[in-house]
Design a protein around this ligand. Structure first.
Ligand code: AMP
Length: 458
């Protein structure tokens, strides 16, 4: 199948072609026609599948082919008043990095359409964001916390949102954002299109989806918790104190030049950077204690190839998207088995081959077996000559760093959330054809334009 069969406009096809994609990925083949048809979507897709283009392309198509009215309806005896353009699509992401990544995609694919976009996340000054919002934005990519800061200050207007995307919904819920998400949803107009993307489907994700989505189309491109086939996984058994030496050895002997290394804690990430420096291996860390500027700088250097090793904690690494990232190393195994899937999703993206290596010490055998159960695979276990395991060393409890699961629950709030508005409350004008899958953009637009416009009627 080619992109031109999906019903996207020429302007978008041109941008896709320039990006160098020859054909749509499976999630794009399935998601694009559904989004174009105006239906709600529940998509099971992990990162690396091309899901971002799966929703940004049709959103750009819909918004550019149905320009927002610039004229506010007014009493017939008054002159019509031109109003400021308001936000039409809201994409919520769990992390700043993912927000930046998604907005970059919006820019890339939206190169030839007249739509504006911006990111809204914390860790950077709020004033420039306020100024930018005042200028009018069509597509807003935001993390929930900073978006609510703007809501509180009255600097963002969500009342005209036509399309809502929850990207990596499972991760947002893991991070304790459920209450924030519900507060945001309550501010949106009732008639809108909702898209929910999640790599996994916990009960919490299902509950959120059932309250949010209206007769959704469902698609799933990879088995739940499946790891991408293009990633070769390997486990190196090694002693706790020798991990760093083994990592330096592998980087040097295997000539890895762009390695993403995961540690369990922020402190562990900083310590590893220093230890690698002792072996003359240039590395930088990104985690929640680093300023946004430092994180952005490190990521930029890593992406342009001037930084050999990027050490990251799970949360900070979300959204890192580098084409053909060949090596991902789990310096520590994650405590939550699903994080393993997310981590190794950094490599072998959209068809390119990658290698995910886990350095596993005696303390982590239980974590390893939990991961193997989840992914229903047993990556080969090996030892590297000179780094054989000392059977005398006994397992020790795993240090989690201050605050338990670091990075998690930063914005966690007390439970007792208000339930989401019922479907009946949100029900929109008849939207037939749920059972019809792919339709052409033209017919889809025709069908959907009524509810969309209805949302803007006073
Ligand atoms: P995502 O899952 O959205 O994070 O995308 C993963 C990677 O796949 C990104 O580097 C995209 O640029 C790339 N990608 C997206 N769509 C395609 C495509 N149709 N062909 C090749 N690569 C793609």
């Amino acid at each position: 199948m080619s992109f031109s069969q999906l019903g996207l406009s020429d302007a978008l096809l041109r941008a896709v072609q320039e990006r160098g994609y020859s054909e749509p990925t499976p999630i794009q083949q399935q998601a694009i026609p559904i989004v174009l048809s105006g239906q709600d979507l529940l998509a099971g897709a992990q990162t690396g599948t091309g899901k971002t283009a799966g929703f940004t392309l049709p959103i750009l198509h819909l918004l550019s082919s149905q320009p927002q009215s610039q004229v506010q309806p007014s009493r017939s005896d008054q002159p019509k008043r031109v109003i400021r353009q308001s936000i039409r699509a809201l994409i919520l992401t769990p992390t700043r990095e993912l927000a930046a990544q998604v907005e970059e995609s919006v820019q890339t694919y939206g190169k030839y359409v007249k739509l504006s976009s911006m990111t809204l996340f914390g860790g950077v000054a709020i004033q420039p964001q306020i100024r930018r919002l005042r200028g009018g934005v069509d597509i807003l990519v935001a993390t929930p916390g900073r978006l609510l800061d703007h809501v509180q200050q009255g600097t963002v207007d969500l009342s005209q949102i036509e399309i809502l995307v929850l990207d990596e919904a499972d991760r947002m819920l893991d991070m304790g954002f459920i209450r924030d998400i519900r507060r945001i949803i309550a501010l949106l107009p009732p008639y809108r299109q909702n898209l929910l993307f999640s790599a996994t489907f916990s009960e919490q994700v299902k509950t959120l989806a059932s309250g949010l989505l209206y007769e959704p189309q469902m698609i799933e491109v990879a088995r739940q918790n499946a790891t991408a086939d293009t990633v070769a996984q390997k486990v190196y058994l090694v002693d706790r104190e020798r991990k760093r030496h083994l990592l330096a050895h592998l980087i040097q002997t295997e000539n890895w030049y762009q390695v993403l290394v995961f540690t369990r804690t922020k402190h562990g990430a900083d310590r590893l950077v220093k230890q690698l420096a002792e072996s003359r291996i240039p590395a930088l860390a990104i985690h929640g204690n680093k300023s946004q500027a430092a994180r952005t700088r490190a990521l930029a250097k890593f992406k342009d190839g001037s930084l050999q090793v990027l050490v990251a904690t799970d949360i900070a690494a979300r959204g890192i998207d580098i084409i053909e990232l060949a090596q991902v190393v789990n310096f520590d195994l994650p405590n939550v088995p699903e994080d393993y899937v997310h981590r190794i999703g950094r490599t072998g993206r959209a068809g390119s081959a990658g290698e995910a290596i886990s350095l596993v010490c005696v303390d982590e055998y239980k974590l390893l077996s939990d991961i193997e159960k989840l992914i229903k695979q047993k990556p080969p276990r090996e030892t590297v000559a000179g780094f054989e395991v000392d059977p005398q060393i006994k397992a020790e409890p795993i240090q989690m760093g201050r605050g338990g699961q670091q990075g998690r629950g930063q914005r966690a709030r007390p439970s007792g959330q208000k339930p989401d508005r019922s479907r009946a409350e949100r029900s929109r004008p008849t939207q037939s054809g749920q059972s019809k899958p792919a339709r052409t953009a033209q017919s889809a637009e025709g069908e959907h334009s009524a509810p969309r416009r209805a949302a803007r009627r006073p």
